[in-house]
Design a protein around this ligand. Structure first.
Ligand SMILES: NC(=O)c1ccc[n+]([C@@H]2O[C@H](COP(=O)([O-])OP(=O)(O)OC[C@H]3O[C@@H](n4cnc5c(N)ncnc54)[C@H](OP(=O)(O)O)[C@@H]3O)[C@@H](O)[C@H]2O)c1
Length: 260
């Protein structure tokens, strides 16, 4: 039976991605640190869709836990036909004011874990000549982000790495879709300390379920990049054509903390 391995499945967009995969008949291997949430989601998917998921609590910032996840899939002979690298978080504030350990941990999760899991799971997809990968970036991938410098840069890596990989894999039956959401309703803003950023404060955020639905559809079609929502598409494309100095000033303004 084919499975979707979904990182960051314990809440937010990841939980919705797992529900969406179940809706198209694919059970998931649910991965995050919060064991109880993974177990609860697995039970919910079993009762709603009659699909048996697997789950594993992992801290994906740790190299050994990523290898352990791969071993777990091998030992249970799980056919990972879909790899969805969704786990991620942000940091907010001026770079020098953020403890460097937090930013290094962000790089370890948003960049290293995603890269490592692609490396571990690609060989079996290549052997079968079949596979779908989704890497979750952000509309932030298209521009540098003062006040969230490391987060924006990490998502630029995800976009560039994933597009290059998609091209390398052409003709081999495997596609890599980069999903780029804009500000979306989840725990992300709280965890990342971004609730006070002008970009999101008091604004209506996108619905995680709708983002996941569009993302899964784009991945199943093998689309290279999918940007969710018209405003985010405009933001991303205008970032390409606006001179860098002007783009930087606009992002700096959008990312400023609101005055209290
Ligand atoms: N929400 C937005 O506005 C937004 C916009 C653009 C892009 N994104 C991207 O969308 C993705 C999902 O974000 P979200 O909005 O769903 O945020 P979220 O609600 O905070 O969920 C993040 C997920 O990542 C998991 N995670 C965090 N640290 C982990 C670790 N060390 N090891 C394993 N799993 C870990 C969390 O689970 P545990 O805490 O249980 O480990 C959780 O399941 C992220 O890559 C984010 O950058 C979000």
């Amino acid at each position: 039976m084919e499975f979707a391995l979904i990182t960051g499945a314990s809440r937010g967009i990841g939980t919705e991605l797992a529900r969406e995969m179940a809706a198209v008949g694919v059970p998931s291997i649910l991965v995050a640190r919060a064991e109880e949430e993974l177990k609860r989601l697995s039970d919910e998917i079993e009762s709603d869709f009659g699909l048996k998921c697997k789950w594993l609590s992992c801290d994906l910032t740790l190299d050994e836990e990523r290898r352990n996840l791969f071993r777990f899939c091998e030992e249970h002979a799980l056919d990972v036909a879909y790899l969805i690298n969704n786990a991620g978080f942000g940091t907010y504030g001026e770079f020098v004011d953020i403890p460097v350990s937090r930013n290094l941990s962000l790089i370890e999760l948003n960049i290293s874990a995603l890269t490592h899991l692609c490396y571990l799971f690609l060989p079996s997809m290549l052997a079968k000549g079949k596979g779908r990968i989704m890497n979750v970036a952000s509309v932030a991938a298209f521009m540098p982000g003062p006040n969230a410098a490391v987060y924006f840069a990490s998502k630029a890596y995800v976009l560039n790495f994933s597009e290059a990989l998609h091209q390398e894999l052409k003709g081999k039956g495997i596609t890599v879709t980069t999903l780029c959401p804009g500000p979306t309703e989840s725990e992300f803003m709280k965890v990342s300390g971004m609730e006070n950023s002008s970009m999101v404060h008091g604004k209506k955020l996108d619905d995680a379920r709708k983002v996941a639905k569009k993302g899964v559809s784009a991945m199943r079609k093998g689309q290279r990049v999918y940007i969710y929502g018209i405003i985010n598409k405009i933001l991303a494309y205008s970032a390409k054509w606006t001179p860098r100095s002007i783009g930087l000033s606009i992002t700096a303004m959008l990312q400023k903390p609101v005055k209290k």
